[in-house]
Structure formats: structure tokens, C-alpha cells
Write a protein that binds this ligand. Structure first.
Ligand SMILES: Nc1ncnc2c1ncn2[C@@H]1O[C@H](COP(=O)(O)OP(=O)(O)OP(=O)(O)O)[C@@H](O)[C@H]1O
Length: 306
């Protein structure tokens, strides 16, 4: 006789361990539940996937609900009693998050079971032929409990798996550049446009007579000789320590080398640099100096904050 299974499950994202009880166990109902020891239950964990997606009660139509439902499924009172026990066990078990059942009698009694769960501080929901009781609020739809959309394990060939992995890695790195936040495609387009504008503006300034004069001065500073070595060191290391004589260009030049190289690579809009100064006056003076060297006013790409 087809008999639905009772099992405890954790949704895919939070799945650590699952306790399940087979249909045979549920047929003997109350007695079995109270006598089943935890180690026995743990042995059932490997079947979770199949239980979760299998339509074990599919051939029982809902027409069977009716006058003979009491004989088929036992009395409502007994069912409520069983569930009081199951939900108590759920609350006591720190590793489990929810209990799911496909039994008809549980669907039949769902209203009372749901009220019981609410009184015990649990959440409940019915999904077509499945009832779920959970420690956390349940969503409107659960694909893993949808019999019409069974989820199957897909085994990919090794080569294809590696290809997918590479694509995912490349995608992750692309997103990570934008501050580790998953930005939308629209946001990426905005950043790209802004980066191109910054590059154009930087080129215009560097080609202007004032810009040329400023560049000449900057190239005369000792830091300029180390520009490429510094950018390489930053690209290859998490932390870089730079020491140099007073006035060589550590404060005003190094941050500009980074910003300029990012702008040249059309990534300027995603580049943020923070410089610290021990005094307000020096923070203002350095900001104004760097803004001037970039042909800008304070508040464009350079500013200060106390
Ligand atoms: N406000 C300014 N006006 C004009 N020139 C400046 C100004 N600030 C810095 N400079 C010039 O830029 C050069 C580099 O200055 P910067 O502050 O970057 O050096 P630094 O290596 O950080 O020095 P320190 O170790 O003393 O902080 C200076 O030698 C100076 O010639």
C-alpha cells in the first residue's frame, strides 16, 4: 500500500543533517516514534534526497478524503497527539530546522496542526501534498517540495564541470573588483561609462599646457623612478610598505600613481583610495595639492574628511 514518508529536513541552503523516518515506521505511529532512538534515525539520513522529491502518494487521489478518512488515517485527535510529540522533538533538536510530511491525514488535519505549531512558536505551511513545520518562517513556494518539478541530480562530465567552474571563477573575480558587492548589469554599465569619462578627462589634462607643466614637476620627484616597481608590488601583494626620504613623493604621488593606472585601464570609477594624515591642516593641504596636480578642484576626484 502506498504510504507517504515522514521526514525532518533542512532546506538545501542550510542542510547539515536530516533525520528521517520511513513509511513503515510511521505506520506503527505513536509507539514507534517514542521508541525510535536517535542513532536509528540518523541512519536514515542518506535517503533524504529521494524522499524529498519522490511522489510516494501520487497514486492516492484526494477523492479518498471523505467519509472513510477516519478508518484510513486514524482519528484527528491521535494525529494531533502524534504531532505534538514530533514538534516537541523538533524544538528539542538543535540540528534540525523543520519537519515535513506527505501523509494525507496530516493534510486533512493541517488547520489543527498549524494552530498547534503556532502555539508552540513554530511556523507551518502547506505546499500541495506536503505540509511543513519549521523553526523559521516558510516561503510561499518551495521548489524542493514541488512534486511537479522534481529536482534530479545532474552529473556533469569532468571537462564540462571544470569549464563551468572557470566561468564561475571569472564571474566572481569580475564582481569582486567592484568592492565585493554583486552589482547589477545596469550598475556595471554606469561604472564603465564613468570610467571612460575619467580616462578622457585625465588625458585632456595631461595634454594641456598646465598639465604638462605639472607632470614635468612630478616626474622630477624621486618617487617617479619607482612608479612601475610600486604598481607591480601593489598588484602582487596584499600589503606593501614604502619608505623614502622626506619630500620624495610618498603622500602626494603614490596614491596618484594607483589612481592614474586604474583610470588608464578604464577602471577608475571603481577605484577608491584612502590616505590618512595626522592633522586636519595637513589633510586639507595634501588634498588641495593632489587636486591641483590633477587639474581639479576639491570635491571632484579628491576630497578630505575628518
Ligand atoms: N602643497 C604643496 N605645494 C607645492 N608643492 C608641494 C605641496 N605639497 C607637496 N609638494 C611637493 O611635492 C613633493 C612631494 O611631497 P609629498 O608630501 O608627497 O612627500 P612625502 O614623501 O610624503 O614627504 P613626507 O615624508 O615629509 O611626508 C614635495 O617635495 C614638494 O616639493
Amino acid at each position: 500500500m502506498p504510504c507517504s514518508s515522514f521526514f525532518m529536513s533542512i532546506p538545501p541552503l542550510r542542510r547539515h543533517a536530516v533525520l528521517s523516518c520511513s513509511g513503515a515506521a510511521t505506520r506503527t505511529r505513536r509507539l514507534n516514534w517514542k521508541n525510535v532512538s536517535w542513532p536509528y534515525l540518523e541512519q536514515q539520513t542518506s535517503n533524504y534526497g529521494r524522499f524529498a522529491y519522490q511522489d510516494v502518494s501520487g497514486d492516492d487521489s484526494d477523492r479518498e478524503f471523505g467519509s472513510n478518512q477516519q478508518q484510513m488515517c486514524g482519528s484527528t485527535l491521535d494525529n494531533i497527539d502524534d504531532w505534538r510529540w514530533k514538534l516537541t522533538m523538533l524544538l528539542r533538536n538543535k540540528d534540525e530546522q523543520e519537519v515535513v510530511s506527505r501523509e494525507k491525514k496530516d493534510r486533512r488535519d493541517f488547520e489543527q496542526l498549524s494552530a498547534l505549531a503556532t502555539r508552540m512558536g513554530l511556523h507551518s505551511r502547506q505546499y500541495a501534498k506536503v505540509v511543513a513545520f519549521s523553526k523559521v518562517p516558510l516561503p510561499n513556494y518551495r521548489s524542493d517540495l514541488d512534486d511537479k518539478r522534481p529536482q534530479r541530480e545532474v552529473i556533469l562530465p569532468f571537462g564540462l564541470l571544470r569549464e563551468v567552474d572557470d566561468h564561475l571563477k571569472a564571474y566572481g573575480q569580475l564582481k569582486y573588483r567592484n568592492g565585493g558587492i554583486f552589482v547589477s548589469v545596469a550598475m556595471e554599465r554606469i561604472l564603465r561609462r564613468r570610467s571612460l569619462q575619467l580616462r578622457e578627462k585625465q588625458q585632456d589634462w595631461q595634454e594641456s599646457p598646465e598639465g604638462q607643466k605639472m607632470l614635468e614637476f612630478r616626474r622630477s620627484l624621486p618617487a617617479h623612478k619607482e612608479r612601475e616597481a610600486l604598481l607591480n608590488a601593489i598588484a602582487q601583494n596584499q600589503v606593501v610598505v614604502v619608505s623614502g626620504e622626506t619630500g620624495c613623493g610618498k603622500t602626494t604621488q603614490l596614491p596618484q600613481y594607483i589612481l592614474e593606472s586604474e583610470i588608464e585601464a578604464a577602471r577608475g570609477a571603481a577605484c577608491s583610495i584612502i590616505c590618512t594624515q595626522p592633522r586636519r591642516i595637513s589633510a586639507i593641504a595634501v588634498s588641495e595639492r593632489v587636486a591641483a596636480e590633477r587639474g581639479e578642484k576639491i570635491g571632484e576626484s579628491v576630497s578630505f574628511f575628518f
